[in-house]
Design a protein around this ligand. Structure first.
Ligand code: CP3
Length: 383
């Protein structure tokens, strides 16, 4: 078991099964994250950071100096090591699987290249109905078994100390990269297709949804205790177009995934989508920093919220980081709140600054409003 700073509660974690045998885990565990997702009572709010396993950590850079990004993702021993690094270094209250939202696209048959400095690219973008036919819904164990091995390995290494979050991209966000061929400023290829042939694009989104549902379910079966869906580019769409174009495929993913673990839904630049998201059957809404959490709550009600410190805040002097974190805690105090950034931590963030954020969130003595357990859809099983 790894040692985690902060208060651990010695309580019954729940039932689990491995190799067909059921057993009860009784150990020192920190399950604040899972309880907060379910709007259950908590002693303090959990904190973790999107992209917490990454380039701001010297121990991550050391491993990356020896292997390229895709090799790191595909080597369970190394991927598990970098998953656990921020838990060890910063004492965050959850681990997030080290992988990438684009890996299932490669498993579907799309060539994926990560170029240092330039990020991901698809040399053969998918821009027509004919091109969709080149993509299959893969056998997950066969094509993405390395991710599942990483999940199993991380669970063993964490030994219940903190929960493990699995993740995937929303079909719309996956399509954004696949159609564009990589990150883009405008996503004009994707948007052009959405106007020219929305039914054709829906065929692509359906296939992405089928793969994502199977992939996320496999992560849960391997041991992921919550799932975060990243809809990084959903905000490109108006509310009406998001409902028509993006939502049906999200529903397919959620239905296929089932309700065995908490589901968190991240939206970037999506303040205008909050009325749509309020109706989405997920446990936690994770939002960027553009709106204060109190304003988000006014639209979405008492559902648990995750976020939403501007990642650039962590580049400020430490006293400012602490002050901004306290302000965030006050903003989030109107209901269940999981403390996080509003997007991924920036690679140039000093480790001590990340630590200051985590400690400020964990040390604050808080009047806690855990919220009513009836306000959010609850999930009963612990994986
Ligand atoms: O620590 C964690 O959060 C877990 C690992 C994780 C990565 N990517 C590792 C990664 C997670 C959850 C992701 C999600 C992801 N990947 C998203 C959704 C969240 C978001 O950022 O909006 C997206 C859009 C991607 C696709 C992606 N991967 C891009 C656009 C890039 C290039 C930009 C960048 O940050 O370099 C990546 C690369 C990537 N994914 C890195 C890491 C640690 C950097 C690669 C490196 O080490 O060189």
């Amino acid at each position: 078991m790894i040692t985690v700073r902060g208060r651990l509660s010695d309580r019954r974690l729940g039932a689990a099964s491995e190799g067909g045998e059921s057993f009860v885990i009784l150990s020192a565990v920190n399950d604040l994250f899972l309880r907060a997702c379910r709007a259950e009572p908590i002693e303090r709010r959990p904190v973790w950071m999107m992209r917490q396993a990454g380039r701001y950590l010297p121990e991550y850079r050391e491993i990356r100096s020896r292997v390229d990004f895709l090799t790191l993702c595909k080597t369970p021993e190394l991927a598990a090591e970098v998953t656990v690094q921020p838990v060890r270094r910063l004492g965050v209250d959850a681990a997030i699987l080290f992988a990438d939202i684009l890996l299932p696209l490669e498993a579907m048959g799309a060539e994926l290249v990560f170029t240092p400095g330039d990020g991901p690219s698809f040399p053969h973008p998918i821009r027509s109905r004919e091109a969709i036919a080149t993509l299959t819904v893969p056998d997950i164990e066969e094509r993405l078994g390395y991710v599942l091995d990483t999940v199993r390995r991380v669970r063993r290494e964490l030994a219940g100390s903190v929960p493990l979050i699995g993740f995937g991209g929303s079909p719309w966000t996956l399509a954004a990269y696949l159609v564009e061929g990589g990150p883009s400023r405008t996503y004009s290829q994707l948007l052009a297709w959405s106007y020219a042939d929305p039914t054709g694009l829906a065929l692509l989104l359906d296939r992405l949804a089928a793969t994502s549902a199977a992939y996320l379910r496999a992560q849960v079966e391997a041991g992921a205790q919550a799932i975060q869906i990243f809809d990084t580019w959903g905000g490109l769409l108006s509310g009406e177009r998001w409902r028509e174009l993006a939502l049906p495929a999200v529903r397919t993913v959620l239905a296929g995934l089932g309700r065995t673990v908490p589901v968190l839904y991240y939206i970037q630049d999506g303040a205008h989508l909050l009325p749509e998201l309020a109706a989405l059957e997920v446990d936690v809404l994770s939002v960027d920093w553009r709106l204060p959490l109190s304003a988000v709550r006014r639209v979405v009600g008492s559902r648990p919220l995750q976020g939403n410190l501007d990642p650039a805040t962590l580049l400020a002097p430490i006293p400012d980081i602490v002050a901004h974190t306290h302000r965030l805690l006050a903003e989030g105090s109107g209901g269940p709140h999981l403390v996080n950034l509003g997007h991924g931590i920036l690679p140039q963030t000093p480790v001590e600054h990340a630590r200051a954020f985590v400690e400020a969130a964990q040390q604050a003595a808080l009047p806690l409003s855990a919220g009513s357990p009836t306000c959010a859809p609850s999930s009963s099983a612990l994986a």
